[in-house]
Ligand binder design. Structure first.
Ligand SMILES: Nc1ncnc2c1ncn2[C@@H]1O[C@H](COP(=O)(O)OP(=O)(O)OP(=O)(O)O)[C@@H](O)[C@H]1O
Length: 321
């Protein structure tokens, strides 16, 4: 069913499941597309499965975890059957990954400039490194040739890690897992600007994982909303904000400060997502204000709405009516 973008997809994921040891599935039946140059935001509360989708696509799942999918097509090749090791080989080149914590991907006792040259040196000479980094607002890092990672701020390091991921090879897709979570809003804005610059200059596509709808609204073309391991809605960003279809998306938007008038208190979503991943029906059913008996029994198939899709029995009923 159509979790699709217009035109040929760069990445096409169908029915992705991820499990860790234990009875609770982390990701269930997730399908989506990413078009070349598109920025897809993946949002949802903590534990909804966003990071697991990324790690499953990059071959970075921990030992004991399993990925299964009907298809994971990337640039026309099916990665679904690849072993983790082979998936990691693809990741290094055409599919880049930026983790949440920048410090973990830089060697702490080697100057940042030397690490930049080491990663970028295969493709760019010194003049090109300076030109390229200056072009994306990072030229000043090169003026501190002896400084170790500990001498830079979290925001600077995060931008260095993003630059390495985007420039060391020639990725067509960058997966960024909450790259701004630990940063204050001003620095967060610099990182977001860098991602947009890279998209515009290199034509990169981006999967941007966040629990923050406000951030997603500023940079993404399309948004996928996850709850309880399921992708419950996808839509172009404007459509999602103007006419959210899934009751969980509506609750998420209602809880967002920017959409709540100053004189009205924020509406928290009642209940918790505890146990949602094990439910046979819609994972949001226990918290949904519009729940129907069928919602507790089976997960609806995706239904097309405008340029998006929603997995909600209410939406299926409206379409069927
Ligand atoms: N290494 C792991 N071992 C066991 N379970 C895990 C592991 N990583 C994630 N999980 C479980 O998988 C589910 C999905 O977690 P995941 O981190 O993918 O969600 P998320 O939406 O990215 O959350 P967050 O925003 O907190 O990063 C959760 O129930 C989580 O506890």
């Amino acid at each position: 069913m159509a979790e699709t973008t217009a035109g040929a997809a760069l990445l096409r994921v169908r029915d992705l499941d991820v499990t860790y040891p234990g009875p609770v599935p982390a990701v269930r039946g997730v399908s989506f597309d990413v078009a070349p140059g598109e920025i897809l935001g993946l949002v949802g509360e903590s534990g909804s499965g966003k990071s697991s989708v990324c790690t499953a696509l990059t071959g970075l799942l921990p030992a004991g975890a399993h990925r299964r999918a009907r298809a994971i097509e990337f640039e026309g090749a099916d990665l679904a059957a690849l072993r983790e090791r082979d998936l990691r080989r693809v990741r290094g080149r055409r599919l880049a990954f930026v983790p949440q914590q920048p410090m973990t991907s830089l060697a702490p006792t080697t100057p940042v400039v030397r690490q930049l040259r080491w990663y970028l040196g295969d493709r760019l000479d010194d003049v090109e490194v300076r030109e390229t980094l200056t072009g994306i607002g990072l030229g000043s890092v090169l003026d501190r040739p002896r400084d170790l990672p500990g001498g830079f701020s979290g925001g600077q390091l995060q931008r260095v890690v993003i630059a390495i991921a985007a420039l060391a090879h020639e990725p067509a897709l960058l997966l960024a897992d909450e790259p701004t979570t630990t940063l204050d809003p001003t620095v967060q804005a610099q990182v977001l600007r860098l991602l947009l610059t890279l998209r515009d200059k290199l034509g990169l596509a981006l999967v941007y994982v966040s629990h923050d709808l406000a951030v997603v609204s500023t940079i993404c073309d399309r948004v996928g909303v996850m709850y309880g391991g399921r992708l419950v809605e996808t839509a172009p960003v404007r459509e999602l904000f103007a006419a959210p279809r899934h009751p969980y998306t509506r609750a998420l938007l209602a809880a967002m400060p920017a959409t709540t008038p100053a004189d009205r208190p924020l509406r928290a979503i009642e209940g918790t997502a505890e146990g949602a991943n094990l439910l046979p029906g819609c994972p949001f059913a226990p918290r949904c204000p519009q729940v129907l008996p069928v919602c507790r029994e089976r997960m609806p198939e995706p239904t097309a709405h405008g340029a998006g899709t929603v997995r909600c029995h209410l939406a299926s009923e409206r379409v069927g009516a």
